[in-house]
Design a protein around this ligand. Sequence first.
Ligand code: OGA
Ligand code: MN
Length: 298
Amino acid sequence: MSMTVTQIHDHFVGEISGLDLRDPVSSEDATRLNQALDRYGVLVFRGQHITDEQQLAFTQNFGKIELAVGGNVTKESERRLDIKLADVSNLDQNGKVMAKDDRRRMFNLGNRLWHSDSSYRAVPAKCSLLSCRSKPSKGGNTEFAFMPAAHDALDDETKAEIEDLVAVHSLIYSRGQLGFGDFTAEEKKTFAPVRQALVRANDFTGRKSIFLSAHIGTIVGWEMPEARDFIRELIEHATQPEFVHAHEWQVGDLVVWDNRQCMHRVRPFKDTDEPRDMRRTTVGGTEQTAEQAADQAA
Ligand code: OGA
Ligand code: MN
């Protein structure tokens, strides 16, 4: 079997065939997969019924796994999955659908906002791999927006204006948009804001992306309302239908996306009625995109 990539959207998204993710990937194919991620932003694999261990092994073809800590309000004792897997399901530690008023559910509703994974970390994530183990009967698509195409479509004046801007990201800002604000002192410390360049270039393709995320709360040197209004406009521009692909999940799908050049969000579904078991592995980035302020080091 040899690996092939078929582009399934005008701007991005490669569907990969000819690979069985239960088996090790050759180093040639691993290189091709990383280049495809740079080029297509999102890679779709269908019919891959993998275990957690197989997902972890496959993930390492893209780099070093980022641990699922510091990114949610789930307590250690409430963890359903291994620390290397981010639990983006609607299930509790006993495999039961979370209650409507569960604090973890309230927090996880933030995934319905356009975002880039771990943009709230000083070194933001490279890519995410999401595996569908069970799905609801209706809804729950994941949508992706391709930031190089969105950057290309900006007018020259806006391109120049955003080129050197630095945005401030935190989970406190994204959750704040939904009115979730009752963070403990410890959570506030864990979720302390970080700085990210607003424009990033891909090393392989050279294409520039607008590095947008719901986690953005302000821009360095700007007044907050002005920054939020500006970011809201950019997100509206970047998520126009022509830049967006919706993935309709089937059990056994694995989708990999490049957080450096895509945003994503989950669409609504009846999450208090039906299980949706989605397991994510995340590959850490290799560098900061902006210098961090000294007062955030503490
Ligand atoms: C994620 C996420 C989307 C989904 O895994 O990072 O945002 O469809 N989830 O569950
Ligand atoms: Mn996400």
